[in-house]
Design a protein around this ligand. Sequence first.
Ligand SMILES: Nc1ncnc2c1ncn2[C@@H]1O[C@H](COP(=O)(O)OS(=O)(=O)O)[C@@H](OP(=O)(O)O)[C@H]1O
Ligand SMILES: [Mg+2]
Ligand SMILES: [Mg+2]
Ligand SMILES: [Mg+2]
Length: 330
Amino acid sequence: MLKLYAGERAKGIEAVIKASKLCQAVFNKLVKSQTLVKEDASPVTVADFGAQAVVNHIIHQAFPNDPIVGEEDSKDLRENQSLCDKVVELTNSVVETPLSTKQILDAIDLGNYKGGPQGRFWTLDPIDGTKGFLRGEQFAVCLSLIVNGEVKVAIQGCPNLPRNINDPNSQRGSLMVAVKHQGVFERSFEDSKETRVKVADAESPSDTSFCESVEAAHSNQSDTFKIAELLNIKNKPIRMDSQCKYAVIARGDAGIYLRIPTRADYQEKIWDHAGGSLMVSEAGGKVTDIDGKELDFSQGRTLKSNRGIIATNGKIHDQVLNAVKQVLHK
Ligand SMILES: Nc1ncnc2c1ncn2[C@@H]1O[C@H](COP(=O)(O)OS(=O)(=O)O)[C@@H](OP(=O)(O)O)[C@H]1O
Ligand SMILES: [Mg+2]
Ligand SMILES: [Mg+2]
Ligand SMILES: [Mg+2]
Protein backbone atom coordinates (compact mmCIF):
# COMPACT_ATOMS: atom_id res chain seq x y z
CA MET A 1 0.00 0.00 0.00
CA LEU A 2 1.22 3.47 -0.85
CA LYS A 3 2.23 5.54 2.18
CA LEU A 4 0.30 8.69 3.09
CA TYR A 5 1.49 11.73 1.09
CA ALA A 6 3.69 9.58 -1.18
CA GLY A 7 2.62 11.59 -4.26
CA GLU A 8 3.22 14.94 -2.58
CA ARG A 9 6.61 13.75 -1.31
CA ALA A 10 7.75 12.63 -4.77
CA LYS A 11 6.55 15.79 -6.57
CA GLY A 12 8.06 17.96 -3.84
CA ILE A 13 11.44 16.27 -4.31
CA GLU A 14 11.28 16.75 -8.10
CA ALA A 15 10.38 20.44 -7.71
CA VAL A 16 13.05 21.18 -5.10
CA ILE A 17 15.78 19.42 -7.11
CA LYS A 18 14.94 21.46 -10.22
CA ALA A 19 14.79 24.74 -8.28
CA SER A 20 18.10 23.96 -6.55
CA LYS A 21 19.74 23.33 -9.95
CA LEU A 22 18.47 26.70 -11.12
CA CYS A 23 19.96 28.39 -8.04
CA GLN A 24 23.33 26.77 -8.64
CA ALA A 25 23.26 27.81 -12.29
CA VAL A 26 22.55 31.41 -11.26
CA PHE A 27 25.31 31.35 -8.68
CA ASN A 28 27.84 30.15 -11.22
CA LYS A 29 27.13 33.09 -13.52
CA LEU A 30 25.85 35.58 -10.95
CA VAL A 31 26.44 39.24 -11.62
CA LYS A 32 25.86 41.18 -8.43
CA SER A 33 24.12 44.04 -10.23
CA GLN A 34 21.21 41.71 -10.97
CA THR A 35 20.31 41.79 -7.30
CA LEU A 36 17.32 43.83 -6.23
CA VAL A 37 16.85 45.01 -2.70
CA LYS A 38 13.42 44.64 -1.14
CA GLU A 39 11.84 46.92 1.43
CA ASP A 40 12.62 44.61 4.34
CA ALA A 41 16.30 44.97 3.39
CA SER A 42 16.59 41.28 2.50
CA PRO A 43 18.02 40.85 -0.99
CA VAL A 44 16.16 39.05 -3.74
CA THR A 45 17.79 37.74 -6.89
CA VAL A 46 16.76 36.26 -10.23
CA ALA A 47 17.26 32.90 -8.55
CA ASP A 48 14.60 33.61 -5.89
CA PHE A 49 12.07 34.45 -8.63
CA GLY A 50 13.13 31.59 -10.90
CA ALA A 51 13.05 29.00 -8.12
CA GLN A 52 9.57 30.14 -7.06
CA ALA A 53 8.35 29.93 -10.69
CA VAL A 54 9.72 26.39 -11.07
CA VAL A 55 8.36 24.99 -7.82
CA ASN A 56 4.95 26.66 -8.12
CA HIS A 57 4.58 25.50 -11.72
CA ILE A 58 5.41 21.87 -10.90
CA ILE A 59 3.23 21.78 -7.77
CA HIS A 60 0.33 23.50 -9.52
CA GLN A 61 0.42 21.04 -12.43
CA ALA A 62 0.33 18.07 -10.06
CA PHE A 63 -2.09 19.50 -7.47
CA PRO A 64 -4.14 22.20 -9.25
CA ASN A 65 -6.47 22.75 -6.30
CA ASP A 66 -3.76 23.41 -3.74
CA PRO A 67 -3.04 27.06 -2.92
CA ILE A 68 0.54 28.18 -2.20
CA VAL A 69 1.98 30.61 0.34
CA GLY A 70 5.22 31.72 -1.34
CA GLU A 71 7.67 34.37 -0.24
CA GLU A 72 8.08 36.23 -3.53
CA ASP A 73 5.68 37.93 -5.98
CA SER A 74 6.15 39.14 -9.54
CA LYS A 75 5.68 42.90 -8.95
CA ASP A 76 9.36 43.83 -9.42
CA LEU A 77 9.62 41.63 -12.52
CA ARG A 78 6.59 43.20 -14.17
CA GLU A 79 8.36 46.58 -13.84
CA ASN A 80 11.78 45.45 -15.08
CA GLN A 81 11.90 43.84 -18.53
CA SER A 82 15.55 42.77 -18.51
CA LEU A 83 15.25 41.14 -15.08
CA CYS A 84 12.06 39.45 -16.25
CA ASP A 85 13.78 38.12 -19.39
CA LYS A 86 16.53 36.58 -17.25
CA VAL A 87 14.00 34.84 -15.02
CA VAL A 88 12.15 33.49 -18.06
CA GLU A 89 15.35 32.13 -19.59
CA LEU A 90 16.44 30.52 -16.32
CA THR A 91 13.08 28.97 -15.58
CA ASN A 92 12.89 27.48 -19.05
CA SER A 93 16.34 25.96 -18.61
CA VAL A 94 14.95 23.56 -15.98
CA VAL A 95 11.26 22.93 -16.78
CA GLU A 96 10.32 20.23 -19.29
CA THR A 97 8.16 22.32 -21.66
CA PRO A 98 9.10 25.98 -22.20
CA LEU A 99 6.72 28.47 -20.58
CA SER A 100 5.67 31.92 -21.79
CA THR A 101 6.55 35.06 -19.82
CA LYS A 102 2.92 35.32 -18.71
CA GLN A 103 2.86 31.70 -17.52
CA ILE A 104 6.03 32.29 -15.49
CA LEU A 105 4.82 35.53 -13.88
CA ASP A 106 1.47 33.90 -13.10
CA ALA A 107 3.25 30.86 -11.63
CA ILE A 108 5.21 33.14 -9.28
CA ASP A 109 1.97 34.83 -8.20
CA LEU A 110 0.34 31.51 -7.35
CA GLY A 111 2.27 32.07 -4.13
CA ASN A 112 -0.10 34.81 -2.96
CA TYR A 113 -2.33 32.62 -0.76
CA LYS A 114 -3.09 34.01 2.67
CA GLY A 115 -2.79 30.71 4.57
CA GLY A 116 -4.95 30.01 7.60
CA PRO A 117 -6.39 27.22 9.74
CA GLN A 118 -8.44 25.24 7.21
CA GLY A 119 -7.65 22.91 4.34
CA ARG A 120 -4.36 22.13 2.66
CA PHE A 121 -1.81 24.46 1.15
CA TRP A 122 1.89 24.49 0.32
CA THR A 123 4.38 27.00 1.62
CA LEU A 124 7.56 27.88 -0.26
CA ASP A 125 10.72 29.78 0.46
CA PRO A 126 12.40 29.60 -2.97
CA ILE A 127 15.72 30.61 -1.44
CA ASP A 128 16.00 30.84 2.30
CA GLY A 129 19.15 32.62 3.36
CA THR A 130 19.45 34.72 0.20
CA LYS A 131 22.41 36.48 1.78
CA GLY A 132 24.17 33.14 2.33
CA PHE A 133 23.40 32.21 -1.28
CA LEU A 134 25.06 35.40 -2.50
CA ARG A 135 28.17 34.69 -0.42
CA GLY A 136 28.42 31.13 -1.76
CA GLU A 137 27.60 29.79 1.70
CA GLN A 138 24.48 28.13 3.08
CA PHE A 139 21.01 28.54 1.61
CA ALA A 140 18.02 26.26 1.23
CA VAL A 141 15.05 25.73 -1.07
CA CYS A 142 12.21 25.01 1.37
CA LEU A 143 8.85 23.51 0.43
CA SER A 144 6.23 22.11 2.78
CA LEU A 145 2.64 20.99 2.79
CA ILE A 146 0.38 22.18 5.61
CA VAL A 147 -2.99 20.53 6.26
CA ASN A 148 -5.44 22.07 8.75
CA GLY A 149 -2.60 24.02 10.34
CA GLU A 150 -0.24 21.02 10.69
CA VAL A 151 2.94 20.54 8.67
CA LYS A 152 2.67 17.12 6.95
CA VAL A 153 5.44 17.07 4.34
CA ALA A 154 8.75 18.95 4.18
CA ILE A 155 11.33 18.93 1.40
CA GLN A 156 14.44 21.02 1.87
CA GLY A 157 17.26 21.31 -0.65
CA CYS A 158 20.60 22.45 0.84
CA PRO A 159 23.00 22.45 -2.16
CA ASN A 160 26.04 23.77 -0.25
CA LEU A 161 25.65 21.87 3.02
CA PRO A 162 28.58 19.48 3.66
CA ARG A 163 27.33 15.95 4.39
CA ASN A 164 29.77 15.91 7.29
CA ILE A 165 29.62 19.17 9.20
CA ASN A 166 33.07 18.61 10.70
CA ASP A 167 34.66 18.18 7.30
CA PRO A 168 34.13 21.14 4.96
CA ASN A 169 35.75 19.05 2.22
CA SER A 170 33.15 16.28 2.47
CA GLN A 171 30.59 15.91 -0.30
CA ARG A 172 28.26 18.93 -0.48
CA GLY A 173 24.56 18.84 -1.16
CA SER A 174 21.92 17.54 1.17
CA LEU A 175 18.27 16.98 0.35
CA MET A 176 16.16 16.51 3.47
CA VAL A 177 12.75 14.85 3.22
CA ALA A 178 10.23 14.47 6.05
CA VAL A 179 6.66 13.24 6.25
CA LYS A 180 4.67 13.41 9.50
CA HIS A 181 4.95 10.10 11.41
CA GLN A 182 7.30 8.68 8.74
CA GLY A 183 10.63 10.11 9.89
CA VAL A 184 13.17 12.31 8.15
CA PHE A 185 15.66 11.19 5.55
CA GLU A 186 18.73 12.66 3.90
CA ARG A 187 19.89 12.01 0.36
CA SER A 188 22.08 13.65 -2.25
CA PHE A 189 20.73 15.53 -5.26
CA GLU A 190 21.99 12.90 -7.72
CA ASP A 191 21.32 9.60 -5.95
CA SER A 192 17.84 8.77 -4.66
CA LYS A 193 19.16 6.48 -1.90
CA GLU A 194 17.85 7.86 1.41
CA THR A 195 19.35 7.58 4.89
CA ARG A 196 17.24 8.09 7.99
CA VAL A 197 18.62 10.76 10.33
CA LYS A 198 18.04 11.50 13.98
CA VAL A 199 18.90 14.18 16.49
CA ALA A 200 21.95 14.15 18.79
CA ASP A 201 21.88 12.00 21.93
CA ALA A 202 23.17 14.74 24.27
CA GLU A 203 21.57 14.59 27.74
CA SER A 204 22.99 17.94 28.76
CA PRO A 205 23.32 21.22 26.83
CA SER A 206 27.02 21.35 27.73
CA ASP A 207 27.55 18.17 25.68
CA THR A 208 26.48 19.86 22.48
CA SER A 209 26.82 23.07 20.48
CA PHE A 210 24.25 25.55 19.28
CA CYS A 211 23.64 27.18 15.95
CA GLU A 212 22.23 30.54 15.06
CA SER A 213 21.94 33.06 12.22
CA VAL A 214 24.93 34.73 10.67
CA GLU A 215 22.96 37.98 10.68
CA ALA A 216 22.90 39.70 14.07
CA ALA A 217 19.66 41.41 12.98
CA HIS A 218 17.84 38.05 12.83
CA SER A 219 18.77 36.73 16.25
CA ASN A 220 20.10 38.55 19.28
CA GLN A 221 23.67 37.24 19.50
CA SER A 222 24.47 38.93 22.80
CA ASP A 223 21.51 37.10 24.39
CA THR A 224 22.52 33.78 22.83
CA PHE A 225 26.03 34.29 24.20
CA LYS A 226 24.57 34.69 27.71
CA ILE A 227 22.27 31.69 27.26
CA ALA A 228 25.19 29.52 26.14
CA GLU A 229 27.22 30.71 29.12
CA LEU A 230 24.38 29.87 31.51
CA LEU A 231 24.11 26.39 29.95
CA ASN A 232 27.87 25.92 30.24
CA ILE A 233 28.24 25.40 26.48
CA LYS A 234 31.93 25.78 25.68
CA ASN A 235 31.77 24.97 21.96
CA LYS A 236 31.77 27.92 19.59
CA PRO A 237 28.34 28.63 18.00
CA ILE A 238 27.80 27.32 14.49
CA ARG A 239 26.76 30.42 12.56
CA MET A 240 24.99 29.53 9.38
CA ASP A 241 22.43 31.14 7.09
CA SER A 242 19.06 29.61 6.31
CA GLN A 243 16.98 26.64 7.39
CA CYS A 244 20.09 24.51 6.95
CA LYS A 245 20.25 25.15 10.72
CA TYR A 246 17.22 22.90 11.16
CA ALA A 247 18.88 20.22 9.00
CA VAL A 248 21.96 20.44 11.23
CA ILE A 249 19.78 19.83 14.33
CA ALA A 250 17.84 17.00 12.63
CA ARG A 251 21.12 15.26 11.61
CA GLY A 252 22.49 15.55 15.15
CA ASP A 253 25.41 17.84 14.19
CA ALA A 254 24.32 20.35 16.85
CA GLY A 255 21.83 20.15 19.70
CA ILE A 256 20.31 23.63 19.78
CA TYR A 257 19.09 26.28 17.31
CA LEU A 258 18.27 29.62 18.88
CA ARG A 259 16.49 32.50 17.19
CA ILE A 260 15.98 35.25 19.74
CA PRO A 261 13.95 38.23 18.46
CA THR A 262 15.82 41.48 17.99
CA ARG A 263 12.65 43.54 17.48
CA ALA A 264 9.26 43.19 19.14
CA ASP A 265 7.41 43.88 15.89
CA TYR A 266 8.99 41.17 13.67
CA GLN A 267 6.66 38.27 12.86
CA GLU A 268 8.47 35.14 11.67
CA LYS A 269 7.23 33.90 8.26
CA ILE A 270 5.70 30.43 7.98
CA TRP A 271 7.97 29.51 5.03
CA ASP A 272 11.03 30.17 7.20
CA HIS A 273 10.05 27.51 9.77
CA ALA A 274 7.39 25.05 8.55
CA GLY A 275 9.70 22.51 6.93
CA GLY A 276 12.42 22.87 9.54
CA SER A 277 10.05 22.28 12.42
CA LEU A 278 8.72 19.04 10.90
CA MET A 279 12.27 17.83 10.13
CA VAL A 280 13.42 18.37 13.70
CA SER A 281 10.36 16.78 15.30
CA GLU A 282 10.48 13.79 12.91
CA ALA A 283 14.15 13.33 13.85
CA GLY A 284 13.14 13.08 17.52
CA GLY A 285 13.70 16.70 18.53
CA LYS A 286 11.48 19.51 19.68
CA VAL A 287 10.65 23.00 18.34
CA THR A 288 8.86 25.74 20.26
CA ASP A 289 8.99 29.50 20.48
CA ILE A 290 10.93 31.29 23.23
CA ASP A 291 7.90 31.05 25.53
CA GLY A 292 7.74 27.27 25.10
CA LYS A 293 4.64 27.47 22.86
CA GLU A 294 4.26 25.19 19.85
CA LEU A 295 4.65 26.97 16.50
CA ASP A 296 1.19 27.77 15.13
CA PHE A 297 1.08 27.52 11.33
CA SER A 298 -2.65 28.25 11.17
CA GLN A 299 -2.37 32.01 11.67
CA GLY A 300 -1.85 33.09 8.06
CA ARG A 301 1.44 33.94 6.33
CA THR A 302 3.26 34.64 9.59
CA LEU A 303 3.69 33.00 12.97
CA LYS A 304 1.93 35.92 14.59
CA SER A 305 1.11 34.09 17.81
CA ASN A 306 4.75 33.03 18.41
CA ARG A 307 7.95 34.86 19.38
CA GLY A 308 11.36 33.60 18.24
CA ILE A 309 12.39 29.94 17.92
CA ILE A 310 14.06 27.27 20.05
CA ALA A 311 14.82 23.95 18.35
CA THR A 312 16.64 21.19 20.23
CA ASN A 313 17.22 17.46 20.32
CA GLY A 314 14.22 17.24 22.68
CA LYS A 315 15.99 15.82 25.74
CA ILE A 316 17.51 19.19 26.64
CA HIS A 317 14.61 21.37 25.53
CA ASP A 318 13.33 22.32 28.98
CA GLN A 319 16.81 23.21 30.22
CA VAL A 320 17.37 25.43 27.18
CA LEU A 321 13.93 27.03 27.52
CA ASN A 322 14.58 27.84 31.19
CA ALA A 323 17.91 29.45 30.34
CA VAL A 324 16.30 31.50 27.58
CA LYS A 325 13.60 32.69 29.98
CA GLN A 326 16.18 33.59 32.64
CA VAL A 327 18.29 35.64 30.24
CA LEU A 328 15.37 37.39 28.53
CA HIS A 329 13.47 38.21 31.70
CA LYS A 330 16.43 39.77 33.44
N1 LIG B 1 14.44 41.00 11.69
C1 LIG B 1 14.38 39.71 11.35
N2 LIG B 1 14.31 38.77 12.33
C2 LIG B 1 14.26 37.47 12.01
N3 LIG B 1 14.25 37.00 10.73
C3 LIG B 1 14.32 37.90 9.73
C4 LIG B 1 14.39 39.29 9.98
N4 LIG B 1 14.45 39.92 8.77
C5 LIG B 1 14.42 38.96 7.82
N5 LIG B 1 14.33 37.75 8.40
C6 LIG B 1 14.22 36.43 7.79
O1 LIG B 1 15.40 35.72 7.98
C7 LIG B 1 15.51 34.78 6.92
C8 LIG B 1 16.91 34.28 6.82
O2 LIG B 1 17.13 33.69 8.04
P1 LIG B 1 18.50 33.17 8.39
O3 LIG B 1 18.39 32.40 9.65
O4 LIG B 1 19.09 32.52 7.20
O5 LIG B 1 19.26 34.48 8.69
S1 LIG B 1 20.67 34.68 8.24
O6 LIG B 1 20.68 34.71 6.77
O7 LIG B 1 21.48 33.66 8.83
O8 LIG B 1 20.91 35.96 8.75
C9 LIG B 1 15.08 35.57 5.75
O9 LIG B 1 14.65 34.64 4.82
P2 LIG B 1 15.05 34.86 3.26
O10 LIG B 1 14.50 36.22 2.90
O11 LIG B 1 14.29 33.75 2.63
O12 LIG B 1 16.53 34.73 3.16
C10 LIG B 1 13.97 36.47 6.30
O13 LIG B 1 12.68 35.94 6.08
MG1 LIG C 1 13.79 36.96 1.42
MG1 LIG D 1 13.47 32.72 4.30
MG1 LIG E 1 13.66 33.52 0.74
